[in-house]
Design a protein around this ligand. Structure first.
Ligand code: ZN
Length: 187
């Protein structure tokens, strides 16, 4: 679907939502809301139209470097697929190259593409790890995600500030020593 069609269809639906919850959609403050929310939703789910593998493949370089490369505290914002409410926090990504490195800015870019889809934190973690493994073929990848989930904080159990941590590792990071090096580095 074209973006303009998408916005139109979403706006129509959000207009119904406003109606159904008992609001007056003709109220001044709400007049432009359906279209505004529609545009926001298109932006927040723009990861569907993007190819994370292409991002990695566009910036690979042959290098001798053999130690761990760690990019930590990468901010992200996503939406849980169960409630379509935000979850957000930080991602830490490490890899040990095997002849090739990737342009560092591509790692946050890949995270952003996967985050801008309806997600669960567990799958987001694995998708980031797999994307690096499959396109960079390093000796190992480690990904840790720490996030707060508004579906937990605003509704249901209302556990304020609870942090969920997920982790996925491959290759050399399955060795205790390397995993410890990663965990110590991210704190
Ligand atoms: Zn949720």
């Amino acid at each position: 679907m074209q973006v303009t069609e998408q916005i139109k269809a979403l706006a129509d639906n959000y207009s119904s939502v406003i109606d159904i919850i008992g609001e007056d959609k003709s109220r001044e403050g709400l007049l432009a809301t359906p279209e505004r929310v529609a545009k926001s939703m298109v932006f927040l789910t723009s990861g569907y139209g993007m190819d994370p593998a292409a991002v990695i493949n566009s910036a690979k370089f042959k290098e001798e470097y053999k130690d761990m490369v760690l990019v930590k505290d990468i901010e992200f914002y996503s939406m849980c697929e169960h409630h379509i409410l935000p979850f957000f926090g930080k991602v830490h990504v490490a890899y040990v190259p095997d002849g090739e490195i990737v342009g560092l800015s591509k790692i946050p870019r890949v995270i952003d593409i996967f985050a801008k889809r309806l997600q669960v934190q567990e799958r987001l973690t694995v998708e980031i790890r797999k994307c690096l493994d499959e396109n960079l073929h390093p000796k190992g990848v480690a990904v840790a995600v720490e996030a707060q989930h508004l579906c937990m904080q605003m509704r249901g159990v209302q556990k304020q500030g609870a942090l969920t941590r997920t982790m996925d590792v491959s290759g050399i990071f399955k060795q205790k020593e390397k995993l410890e090096e990663f965990l110590n580095a991210i704190g």
